[in-house]
Structure formats: C-alpha cells, structure tokens
Design a binder for this molecule. Structure first.
Ligand code: ISE
Length: 333
C-alpha cells in the first residue's frame, strides 16, 4: 500500500523533504505540501504533482494523509506533533522538538496517553555513515572506552532575521546534544558556554563543554558565521584509539600551486544520505515496522531541549550549570 505523506513547511528543509518523498522514497507518495505562505506551498507542490495547502491542522486531520513530516519553524514543531498524535498519525518532526522542555513533556505525555509511539525526530546525524562508523568503532572496542567527543559545527552565515547566540544553542547545537547522548550512551550532567568577541555585530561562535554521567568530556564549537561554508566534524577519542569524521568531497582541485576541496553551502548535501536513510526508516515504521532502531524519540527531544535550556543559562550566567532531567519514563525505555 502506498503511504500518502504530507510535508508541512515549504522552506529549505520542507522543500528537501518534499523532494526526497516524491523522488527517493519508493512506497511513498507526496500528497500535500502545506505552508502558511500559499505561493511557496504551491511552488513546491507543483514541482511534484502534489496538492498545496495552508492549514497544517486541517492537513494532519485529512483521511487521505497517512503520515506527516513537519519541517515548519521550530516553534510549530511541538504543537503540530501533538496534532499528529491526536489524529493517530506518525510524524517525522524536524529538530528541535521544541525549544522548551516543558512543551516536550507535553508531547511525551500525549504519546504515552495514546499508548504507542507516534513521533520520530529529525536528528539525522544518527543515520550518517560517518557517525555510524564512529558508533561501531566504540561498540566493538576498536578505540576502547570513550574519553572525549570533540565537535565543530560551522554554518557559512546565519539565516536572515534575528539569530542570536542563544539560538546557536537552541537551534544548531541540539544536533550535538543528541549525538553526544547517542554516541556515548550517557546523559549530559553539566554544561559551560562562552563566546569570543567578534569585531562586527554578527553572532559570534559559542563554545561549550559538556560533562556526561560517565565522566566523559564533550567539546562543542557552534560557529554560525564561519564565512567559508558548511563544515561539521567530530572526533571521538577513546583510551586506545580515536576516530574522526572525514570531510566529504568528491573531488580535489590542484591549481596555482594549491590543493583545494570544496565546502558544501549547507547541510543538505553533506547529509543527503542521512536524510534519505532517516526518511526510509520513517516510512518502514509507518508501513507497520517497529519503531526505528536509530531514531530519536520525544524523550531524546526532551533531553536535547533541557541541555539547550541549561546551555543558554550557562552562556548568560558565565558559569557551569548542572543539567537535570526527569527520570526516563518506562514508555521510552
Ligand atoms: C539547521 O536547522 C540545521 O539543522 C543545520 O544542520 C544546522 O547546521 C543549522 O545551524 C540549523 O540552523
């Protein structure tokens, strides 16, 4: 049976999810593209022969929509995930689930009340071949016990509009918050955050140090105005070895006595395979499979939100802050 998917949000990620569903997801059909901006929804819908809509709750409730991908602005993620749970539909919601941990708890409560999982989050790095190999090297003992995870997360420039140092923590760094918990299989217990000073009024990098319950140290640099391109890398240092992600580039240019490789303009190309595998896992789940083994759940979204909230406090106060999570509910174990 073909699964009819609605994509909510027709911005940069919504358009990419629409393309993946329409062209790269056998067994799925892109039925509806929904955006508050009717022209934007129509433009994407027309590319793939889908219907355009502007009312997300209406779309979620439709009988001819089997599953939903939410890629609208961050503040809509939790309310739309709740609407999906209410409609009994499975949702692949872009990260973060919410910038408020209280809202994440609402989603968790609704999911628990519904009695089964409905939400998978778009923390796509879990599906990236580099992070998969890193996890494998840790699990099979190749690098020994993990000591440190270093992360560098650079965007060429902040998106148009107000982007703040706090948003580097609440919008960009949740990828690292999720990957550190997933990779190290340990909860974050404290965080510090600080920024160097730029000479202009652009958002300066935020540098964080997170400690885990197993006494591992995680460093995270988020630089949303790196100027040269999208560049995300990580190195996991173990007691007997270390594994780092490689820069992904198909070619190298040699010219004028210089070797050079290109940087991606943003995350879509760098993580193309991860997005594809993530959306395939979502489809397999909607088709009746088990909850995807690599997926981030509402609980993971809650944990990332608490780390982000605490990180903002650490940045504002200039001091180390303890991270406190509720006990993990049985439902998410
Ligand atoms: C964006 O939402 C993403 O998810 C990207 O991976 C990240 O690099 C960027 O900073 C976010 O704004």
């Amino acid at each position: 049976m073909t699964i009819r998917i609605a994509v909510i949000g027709a911005g940069i990620m919504g358009a990419d999810h629409a393309r993946i569903v329409a062209e790269d997801l056998p067994g799925a059909k892109l039925s509806v593209v929904c955006d508050m901006d009717a022209a934007r929804a129509q433009a994407i819908a027309d590319q793939y022969g889908a219907e355009a809509a502007t009312d997300p709750e209406g779309v979620i409730a439709r009988d001819d929509v089997d599953a939903v991908i939410v890629a609208s602005p961050d503040f809509t993620h939790a309310p739309l995930s709740l609407a999906c749970i209410k409609a009994g539909k499975k949702v692949m919601c872009e990260k973060p689930l919410s910038q408020s941990s209280a809202e994440c708890l609402d989603v968790m409560k609704a999911e628990e009340a519904a009695g089964s999982r409905h939400v998978m989050l778009g923390f796509m790095r879990r599906y990236d071949p580099a992070y998969i190999q890193m996890k494998r090297a840790l699990k099979d003992g190749t690098i020994g016990r993990a000591l440190m995870l270093h992360n560098w997360h650079r965007n060429g420039a902040t998106p148009a509009g107000d982007f703040t140092g706090a948003m580097a923590i609440t919008n960009s760094a949740p990828h690292e918050f999720d990957i550190l918990r997933y990779m190290l299989d340990s909860e974050a217990v404290s965080i510090t955050a600080t920024q160097p000073k730029r000479s202009d009024d652009k958002v300066a990098p935020v540098v964080m140090v997170v400690q885990t319950a197993d006494n591992q140290i995680v460093t995270i640099e988020v630089n949303n105005n790196a100027a040269y391109g999208y560049d995300v890398k990580a190195e996991l240092v173990g007691e007997t070895g270390s594994i780092a992600t490689n820069h992904v580039s198909y070619t190298r240019l040699d010219k004028d006595a210089t070797k050079s490789v290109g940087h991606d303009p943003d995350w879509r190309d760098r993580y193309a395979e991860a997005y594809r595998q993530q959306n395939r896992a979502f489809l397999a789940w909607v088709q009746g499979g088990d909850y995807p083994a690599l997926a981030s759940s509402s609980w993971d979204g809650y944990a990332a939100a608490v780390i982000a909230e605490t990180g903002v406090k650490a940045l504002e106060s200039g001091s180390r802050q303890d991270i406190t999570l509720i006990a993990k509910p049985e439902f998410y174990k």
